[in-house]
Design a protein around this ligand. Sequence first.
Ligand SMILES: NC(=O)c1ccc[n+]([C@@H]2O[C@H](COP(=O)([O-])OP(=O)(O)OC[C@H]3O[C@@H](n4cnc5c(N)ncnc54)[C@H](O)[C@@H]3O)[C@@H](O)[C@H]2O)c1
Length: 276
Amino acid sequence: MSSAKIRVALVGLEFGAEFAPIYLHHPDVERLIICDLDDSRVQHVGDRFDVAARTTDLDAILRSDEWDAVHLVTPVTMHAAHTLAVLEAGKHCTCTIPMALEIEDLRGIIATQRRVGKNYMMMETAVYTREFLYVNELYKQGAFGRLTFLRGAHLQDMEGWPDYWRGFPPHKHITHALAPLLALTGTRATKVHCIGSGQLREELQRPYNNPFPLETAIFRLAVCRRERSFGLRERSAVVWVRCPAGAACPRRASGGRKRSRMHATRSGCTRPLLLR
Ligand SMILES: NC(=O)c1ccc[n+]([C@@H]2O[C@H](COP(=O)([O-])OP(=O)(O)OC[C@H]3O[C@@H](n4cnc5c(N)ncnc54)[C@H](O)[C@@H]3O)[C@@H](O)[C@H]2O)c1
């Protein structure tokens, strides 16, 4: 994105209303429009934060050239369709958690983002909490030493929430528990084993065909980038190191192996090194 200021549309004004003052005071935001299907909510939020541009029509925002980016804070069941519509309209998109509910939708969003070349961001709020920022600072200072195990949890009583949360499978809503751990260590999950436990009331099982009020998972994480800066050697991680020009290169010297094209550079060579 260029350094020019952007014009933002904020869509879904229940939890989403919290973001109106943030955009209004952000130095890189030129204009804000607020949108909700419920006009009384639009007027209430518009009056409260003094936002002039208001609408109940998301499609009109998508058709207009006046807006560069759309922030979606609509119900979870709509995230995938709304995100695809925003990206297809040629606008940057950010969406509250979760990104989508089905694997095909996640893949569809990634493919669309790559094709249209606009930015996409999932708005995980847990990594901006005081608690996370404090622990993150301690970790950066090396206060925890070498990490062996991380654990995250997110417990929430969803009684009385909007209907689409009734019987919601816990791990479709995992980001608050997992994202802080991944952000802290600068890594990603590569494998997961998940089990459900407990039993939801009969009527809560139907909407998502899910019997579990609780799900627990164990994740394997990819190489932890930050650990390396504390001197930890990851097993079998391949890194590329540069041999100084003229220096004896162990790879070149080893048993008549063919020189790779990288070894032919005049300034020196680059060789893969297997750390153990
Ligand atoms: N900490 C967090 O990250 C956090 C906290 C709360 C909620 N959320 C997320 O925010 C989303 C919304 O949560 P909520 O509690 O505000 O939900 P909600 O259902 O109470 O509110 C959603 C709002 O979106 C509006 N809406 C729906 N379809 C629309 C459309 N096509 N165009 C314009 N407006 C539309 C609705 O009228 C409603 O006002 C959820 O996905 C939830 O996961 C995240």
